[in-house]
Design a protein around this ligand. Structure first.
Ligand SMILES: Cc1cc2nc3c(=O)[nH]c(=O)nc-3n(C[C@H](O)[C@H](O)[C@H](O)COP(=O)(O)OP(=O)(O)OC[C@H]3O[C@@H](n4cnc5c(N)ncnc54)[C@H](O)[C@@H]3O)c2cc1C
Length: 295
C-alpha cells in the first residue's frame, strides 16, 4: 500500500462490471467504500484519520457517465456525471435550469470537474446543493443490486444526515427526472458564508408553472436544504399556493409557513433562528422571482 499524506492507507480498485461491484462489496463488506469524484469521501477519510481499506472506483461502469433526454421519458443522468458536465448540457439548460444553477454554486470549477451528481446525492448531506433542485424536478434514484434495479423517490432515499436507504449490496446507478411541466421556470437561491464555494446555510429551489386546474392558475414546488436532517419539499405550502390567488400577501404567508416548518439546528455556520429567518426570506424571494418570470 502507498502512503498518502493526510490520508489513511487504502487500496484502489477499479470496477469494470456490475458483477465486480457485487463481488467486492460482498467480499470486503464495511471495509470497502464506493468512490466517484472522492471530493466528499477523501475529506471524510482525512478528517477521521481512518477509513475503509478498499476504495472501489465505480465511475467507469457502463452508463455511469451518460446523460440522455427526450421529452417523453425525461432526463436520465448516470450517477458519475460530473457537475460541470451536467451544468453545460444543452437539454439541461433548456428544461432543467435549476439543476444547472445549483451545480454552479458547488465549490469551484476545478472541484466540479470531479464532483458528481451521484456522489452529492449518496453523501446525503442535509446541506447538499443539488438536493433542492433534484426534489423540485421529482428526481428518483435508480439503484442496482444482484436482485436487479429498483427505483426510489429522493424523499425515500435520504433517511438522515449521511444516511440513505441503500442496502449493503446496492449502489446508485442513475438519477431519473421526469420532463417538467410546460413553461416551467425556476430559481435556486443559496446563502453561504462567502460566495467562494461555501456550503449552504440555507438553499431554496423554487419551480413554478402555469396550471389552469389550480385556483391560483399556477403551481409551485419548493425544495429546501440545510434546515432539517434531510432536504425536503413543502407540500402544505405548495397546496396553499395552488389554492389561493397569487398576491404579495399569499407569497409572504407562504414564506412564513415555510419558516415555521423548517427545523434547523445550531451549527458553526449559523444560529437556528437566523436560518429560519433566511428560509422565510429566500422562499419569498424565490416565489416572487418565479412569479415575475412567468408573468
Ligand atoms: C472544497 C470543497 C467544497 C465543496 N463545496 C460544496 C458545495 O458548495 N455544495 C455541495 O453540495 N457540496 C460541496 N462539496 C462536497 C462535494 O464536492 C459534493 O457533495 C460532490 O458532489 C460529491 O461527489 P463525489 O463524486 O466527489 O462523491 P464521492 O466523494 O466520491 O462519494 C460521496 C459518497 O457517496 C458514496 N458513493 C459514491 N458513489 C456511489 C454509488 N454509485 N452508489 C452509492 N454510494 C456511492 C461514497 O462512498 C461516499 O460515501 C465540497 C467539497 C469540497 C472538498
Amino acid at each position: 500500500m502507498l502512503a498518502r499524506p493526510g490520508l489513511p492507507d487504502f487500496e484502489y480498485i477499479k470496477a469494470e462490471t456490475f458483477q465486480d461491484v457485487f463481488t467486492y462489496m460482498k467480499e470486503k463488506g464495511d471495509d470497502l467504500k464506493l468512490l466517484m469524484g472522492g471530493t466528499d469521501l477523501f475529506v471524510q477519510m482525512r478528517d477521521r484519520g481512518e477509513g475503509p481499506s478498499f476504495l472501489l472506483d465505480v465511475k467507469g461502469l457502463p452508463g455511469m457517465q451518460e446523460i440522455s433526454f427526450d421529452r417523453k421519458n425525461g432526463l436520465k443522468v448516470g450517477a458519475a456525471v460530473t457537475l460541470n458536465a451536467l451544468a453545460s448540457h444543452p437539454n439541461l439548460l433548456n428544461y432543467y435550469g435549476v439543476l444547472c444553477q445549483s451545480a454552479d454554486t458547488v465549490g469551484n470549477y476545478q472541484l466540479r470537474n470531479l464532483a458528481t451528481l451521484g456522489g452529492n446525492i449518496c453523501n446525503a448531506s442535509p446541506s447538499a446543493d443539488m438536493s433542492p433542485a433534484a426534489l423540485i424536478y421529482d428526481g428518483k434514484v435508480v439503484v442496482e443490486s444482484p436482485r436487479g434495479e429498483r427505483e426510489l423517490k429522493l424523499e425515500e432515499f435520504w433517511v438522515g444526515p449521511g444516511k440513505t436507504a441503500l442496502e449493503k449490496d446496492e449502489f446508485l446507478k442513475r438519477i431519473h427526472f421526469p420532463t417538467p411541466p410546460e413553461k416551467a421556470a425556476g430559481v435556486y437561491h443559496k446563502l453561504g458564508r462567502s460566495k467562494m464555494g461555501d456550503l449552504a446555510i440555507v438553499g431554496v429551489a423554487v419551480l413554478g408553472y402555469p396550471d389552469l386546474s389550480a385556483p391560483a392558475g399556477i403551481q409551485f414546488r419548493i425544495g429546501i436544504n440545510s434546515t432539517a436532517p434531510t432536504a425536503y419539499r413543502l407540500p402544505t405550502v405548495e397546496d396553499f399556493l395552488a389554492q389561493n390567488l397569487i398576491s404579495d400577501e399569499t407569497l409572504h404567508k407562504s414564506a412564513e409557513m415555510a419558516m415555521d416548518i423548517s427545523a434547523p439546528i445550531e451549527d458553526q455556520r449559523a444560529t437556528a433562528i437566523y436560518q429560519k429567518k433566511m428560509v422565510r426570506n429566500l422562499v419569498y424571494k424565490g416565489l416572487n422571482d418565479v412569479r415575475e418570470i412567468l408573468k
